[in-house]
Design a protein around this ligand. Structure first.
Ligand code: ADP
Ligand code: MG
Length: 612
């Protein structure tokens, strides 16, 4: 599993291999220059201390080596001038090194953020294709956290794993070369301290890994609570639950805090530990450097050489620390990556399968003994068979919870039946692509979704090529033109979350205009008028009647008066068909339809005087 995750991450980096190679090259050059600036310090200091030229017996290999290259450059100059010239060289090297480091950082950021963008887009795209049930099983906040934070974490694969590891290996190598050229024994002595530090860090980081996972989970929960409660703000107000929600959130925020503090406890320890360790190292080096016998030299190291050795040795601690913590950093990255890949590995049931063709509708849609259940639950539809012929209106009625909406959802393949099948012109729906199938259908349901966009775009959603003239015609047919004209900016008024709020009836008519514009051969109306008052219902019903003309319609209605003229009425109870026929037939037969009808008729009679 772990190897697989790493491979998958690397595959994501692949498109950036050229840029990355370039980044590694600049990193490499910067490290070499870094070694250069360190080494050139020796002659600079020698000229300043006035000890140049007196290459004593016992001079280290590095001193001899550097002198051979720098002395010709400064021969004949006074010690001050020589030092100045070498300092210029040092500064040039320093500037060049930092310019390269800067470039390499920029390149790294480019690659990292490219990786993040690619992965984030993939996850988002995948989410749009997932089974609807997935969104019921998963808290939206956990998904948001996944797309934002966890994806972001995976970018460390570029810094930690590729660039930084490489960079540190180069730095360690060049530094070790410099050190061993000064004194091999002193280098060994210095390195002998490293395992102790690595061991300390490893113990710390092992715990860090565990806590980082828990932190990611808590972070997801916090995001989830915020998004859910923002969506439910009216409910919270209406029931006066503010204080309780606040307290609940506070305790969740505290849990997150605790987890962050716990995680931080271990990661913050690394820095002071290294500092103490470095201090110890400095003392050790100075002490040992002044004892030639101990480090196998004829004379003590010259002060300038000890300075350079110290600087180089201290340069080692940071890369060594990084290399030592590499497994831990990667563990955190992998934990995040696994979370992201988990989402990507959810089967995208919405994807087209081989063998699926384009839908065509000329004759009829037929339900053959259709059975359906959600997940592993009880069947919600049992053995349902009926026909929806072209250019006819079939009404579906029945008590709430009978399975009417579920049945309507099977047509655009929001779900597939678990038994029996649905055919369109004789072809099972499962052999048609969802896309082409949905292009044949328009759905208007009780809860209309408006996007945070203009009236124009809301109506044109799904018909990107529609012209303003067509949109206005659709709005007129939906009885929406008049109220749209009264909006502050007409068709350019922004609706939805942060725009103008519309009444239920107005929203409904926007949805009808949307469906009209698509002009689908099959129309599914799921209680499109149930939530409306009498006046809006009249306006919406008019619009619907226009929409239904000459079209194949499956209409689900709560108010039976609206389905009286249907060509066939199917009565559903607890997932089974318990009656079918025209209004007159069903009315005369008695049964559930008659009972529902009488119930509403009585309600309407008693309600009428009050309304007038
Ligand atoms: N997404 C779902 N997951 C599980 N059960 C569901 C889901 N949607 C609806 N149901 C159940 O299926 C049954 C039929 O619901 P539905 O089709 O909405 O009925 P209707 O539209 O006739 O009121 C109900 O018992 C309901 O609880
Ligand atoms: Mg329903």
């Amino acid at each position: 599993m772990k190897v697989r995750t790493e491979q998958r991450l690397l595959r994501l980096v692949l498109p950036y291999r050229r840029l990355l190679g370039f980044g590694l090259l600049t990193t490499f050059l910067a490290s070499l220059l870094d070694g250069f600036t360190l080494v050139i310090l020796i002659p600079v200091l020698k000229h300043l201390f006035g000890t140049a030229g007196e290459l004593r017996t016992g001079s280290t290999q590095l001193e001899t080596f550097v002198a051979r290259f720098t002395e010709p450059l400064v021969s004949g100059l006074s010690p001050g001038q020589a030092a100045a010239r070498l300092v210029v060289l040092l500064v040039v090297g320093l500037v060049l090194k930092n310019a390269l480091s800067y470039a390499s950082t920029q390149i790294t950021v480019g690659v990292q953020e490219g990786l993040v963008r690619d992965l984030r887009t993939r996850v988002f795209d995948h989410l749009l294709r997932l089974d609807l049930g997935y969104f019921q099983r998963t808290r939206a906040g956990q998904l948001i956290s996944g797309i934002i934070t966890e994806v972001d974490q995976t970018k460390t694969v570029v810094t930690a794993s590729l660039i930084s590891l490489f960079q540190n290996l180069v730095v360690v190598t060049t530094t070790l070369v410099v050190l061993s050229q000064i004194s091999f024994r002193l280098t060994l002595l210095t390195l002998a301290c490293v395992p102790a530090m690595v061991f300390l860090l490893q113990t710390l980081l092992k715990r860090l890994r565990r806590h980082a996972r828990a932190r990611a989970r808590e972070r997801g929960e916090v995001t989830a609570t915020i998004t859910e409660r923002i969506g439910a703000v009216r409910l919270i107000r209406a029931f006066g639950e503010e204080a309780r929600e606040s307290a609940r959130f506070a305790s969740q925020a505290s849990r997150y805090r605790k987890q962050v503090v716990r995680t931080q406890r271990f990661s913050s320890l690394t820095s002071p530990l290294t500092e103490v360790f470095s201090g110890f190292l400095v003392i050790l080096i100075i002490w040992a450097g002044s004892r030639p016998a101990l480090i196998g030299l004829a004379t003590p190291l010259a002060p300038e050489v000890i300075i350079v050795f110290l600087m180089a040795a201290l340069k080692l601690t940071s890369p060594l620390k990084t290399i030592a913590s590499y497994p831990a950093v990667m563990a955190v990255t992998l934990a995040s990556a696994e979370r992201v890949f988990e989402i990507l590995d959810e089967p995208g049931t919405e994807a087209d399968r081989p063998g699926e063709g384009e839908a065509r509708f000329d004759r009829e849609v037929v339900f053959h003994n259709v059975t359906f259940r959600y997940g592993g639950g009880e069947p919600v539809l049992r053995d349902v068979s009926f026909t929806l012929p072209k250019a006819k209106v079939v009404a579906l009625v029945g008590p709430s919870g009978a399975g009417k909406s579920t049945l309507a959802d099977l047509l655009p393949r929001f779900h597939d039946p678990v038994g029996g099948q649905i055919t369109m012109d004789g072809v099972p729906l499962t052999r048609l692509t969802r896309r082409s199938l949905r292009a044949c259908m328009g759905v208007v349901s009780q809860d209309t979704v408006l996007l945070n966009d203009t009236v124009h775009s809301n109506i044109a959603y799904g018909s990107p090529k529609a012209t303003r003239v067509q949109i206005e015609a659709a709005a007129r047919a939906a009885n929406a033109d008049q109220f749209i004209a009264r909006l502050p900016h007409g068709y350019d008024t922004v609706l939805g979350e942060r725009g103008t709020r519309l009444s239920g009836g107005q929203r409904q008519r926007i949805a009808i205009a949307r469906a009209l514009l698509r002009d689908p051969p099959i129309l599914i109306l799921d209680e499109a008028t149930s939530a409306l008052d009498t006046e809006s219902e009249r306006l919406v019903q008019q619009a619907i009647d226009r929409l239904m003309a000459e079209r194949t319609v499956l209409v689900i209605a709560h108010r039976l008066a609206t389905v009286r003229d249907a060509d066939e009425i199917v009565v559903l109870e607890a997932g089974r068909i318990v009656g079918r026929g025209t209004h007159d037939q069903l009315f005369r037969a008695g049964g559930l339809y008659r009972r529902l009808y009488d119930l509403q008729f009585r309600d309407q009679e008693s309600a009428l005087p009050a309304e007038i």
